[in-house]
Design a protein around this ligand. Structure first.
Ligand code: ADP
Length: 468
């Protein structure tokens, strides 16, 4: 049983239940039909005997009653004559009616089982059952009470198994119909189970396939549907999607980390090799240590940014959105960042009051900080940064403009890619992940980020998101 497939088990269960239900139904049906048939046999027996009661009369003198062309019967009885009317039915519908004297002597009619009923005393209006050989018979007696008929009885007999042939054919027919229904039901049940369980087969096939090929790109392909199994397949596909993304991110992280950390590590190694190669004075040791320290800091920043970015990308970091005053948040960031004393750059802002958004405040702060940090980093001596926040219809439009070194046209498309750095001379402090992070945060808020820039003139980054 354990080895049977789910499909076979369902079909088997379905088939057995069906046979039981049909068997019980047929048994009840046969039992009830038999009861009805037996009742109608008894009713028929009573009715036939009752009809015959009035068909017998007694006449003392025969001459006065004999009618020409009549088929009535005359039997000598008790010094006179019994007239049995031609309407007397001594055998009809397997009911035999005989007329007997009180001592059981047959005067008229038929009784095929008289040998078995002769010992049975007469009993008026009473149905009894008598066994004659292998067959049971109903016996019904009526006492005649008209003048001259004293001590005469009518006895009707009918076989109780008169209906057995009918019952047998009903049983045979219902057995045939039942078998046909059971076979049909098992067939349909099997096909239904097969169809219903098809998604499970597809799921297990796909999983084995993925296991064999190590290819997380594979998906469960099933037709549209909205039942539990289709939903299960959809959930599996969603899970595979997430797994594939997580593996991709992990793969990227490992390859990015080994690639990006290789440069500072080899700078540190060669610096140490060079310094330890020969005796140095303290000034040279100091210079060497400074190089190592700078590269260490660069590595630290890179690792921090990589971890932060990976967390964002893989949704490990929870996005907790709240409604907050965007204007106040931008204003506070500007206030803090005005104190960065770099290249004598001035930061100005023009912020429209009370613009609210529904967003993750920490992530939005990160986005704005990254953009302003870049504006400082890639700004010119005595330059300017202008942060503006305006409302435009349903949107809040934030722009950060600088008059710094700008970006060449052909590099503009790439600056949002991870680790891309357009200007190698100033890239020392960054990790090349700042704008990739900005883009990821914008995506998480269904916002859009774009840049306009001209080499030597400056850049403007614009971030648009819905107001709340
Ligand atoms: P980084 O850590 O190198 O700053 P980002 O991802 O923040 O990395 O930026 C990617 C590259 O885009 C930078 O290396 C720089 O060349 C260019 N860039 C970003 N912001 C500006 C800006 N305001 N002005 C000029 N170039 C910029």
């Amino acid at each position: 049983m354990k080895k049977l497939s789910v499909k076979a088990k369902i079909t088997l269960w379905f088939g057995i239940m069906f046979v039981i239900v049909l068997f019980l139904t047929s048994s009840v049906l046969l039992y009830v039909s038999n009861g009805v048939i037996q009742k109608s046999i008894k009713d028929n027996l009573i009715e036939t005997v009752e009809n015959n009661v009035d068909e017998i009369e007694f006449y003392a003198d025969l001459e006065s009653v004999v009618r020409p062309n009549s088929y009535d019967h005359y039997i000598r009885y008790n010094g006179g004559y019994l007239e049995v009317d031609d309407d007397y039915l001594d055998r009809v519908n397997e009911v035999y009616t005989s007329c007997c004297s009180y001592d059981g002597k047959l005067l008229y009619g038929e009784n095929p089982v008289s040998a078995y009923t002769s010992e049975l005393p007469f009993s008026d209006y009473n149905i009894r059952k008598v066994k004659a050989g292998d067959t049971n018979y109903y016996v019904f007696d009526r006492k005649l009470d008209k003048d001259g008929l004293d001590n005469l009885w009518l006895r009707g007999v009918v076989s109780t198994e008169q209906s057995s042939a009918q019952m047998l054919s009903i049983a045979r027919l219902s057995l045939m119909i039942m078998s046909a229904i059971v076979i049909f039901a098992i067939l349909v049940g099997y096909l239904l189970a097969k169809k219903a369980l098809a998604p499970i087969k597809k799921i297990s096939d796909t999983i084995s396939d993925i296991e064999r090929s190590d290819d997380l790109k594979k998906r469960i392909n099933i037709e549209d549907g909205d039942d539990e199994l289709h939903n299960l397949a959809k959930s599996f596909n969603m899970m595979l999607e997430r797994l594939e993304k997580a593996f991709d991110i992990q793969k990227h992280f490992v390859s990015d980390a080994s690639h990006e950390l290789r440069t500072p590590v080899s700078v540190i190694n060669s610096q140490c090799e060079y310094t330890l190669d020969a005796p140095r004075d303290s000034e040279e040791y100091r210079d060497s240590l400074e190089v190592v320290w700078r590269q260490g800091k660069k590595m630290q920043k890179m690792i921090d940014d990589m971890l932060e970015f990976t967390r964002l990308e893989s949704n490990v970091k929870e996005v907790s959105k709240t409604r907050f005053n965007y204007s106040e948040a931008v204003e506070m960031i500007c206030l803090d960042m005005k104190f960065i004393s770099r290249n004598n750059i001035t930061l100005n802002d023009d912020i429209e009051k009370d613009i609210f958004v529904y967003a993750d405040r920490e992530l939005i702060t990160r986005l704005i900080t990254n953009l302003i940090t870049n504006a400082y980093r890639y700004g010119n001596e005595n330059g300017n940064i202008l942060v503006t926040l305006k409302s435009d219809g349903d949107n809040a439009v934030l722009s950060i403009a600088d008059n710094g070194i700008g970006i060449e046209k052909e590099k503009l498309e790439k600056i949002f890619e991870r680790f891309y750095q357009a200007d190698s001379s100033r890239s020392n402090e960054g990790s090349g992940l700042g704008l990739a992070m900005v883009k990821e945060i914008a995506n998480l808020h269904s916002g859009s980020i774009r840049v306009e820039s001209e080499a030597g003139q400056g850049s403007t980054f614009t971030y648009i998101m819905k107001k709340a």
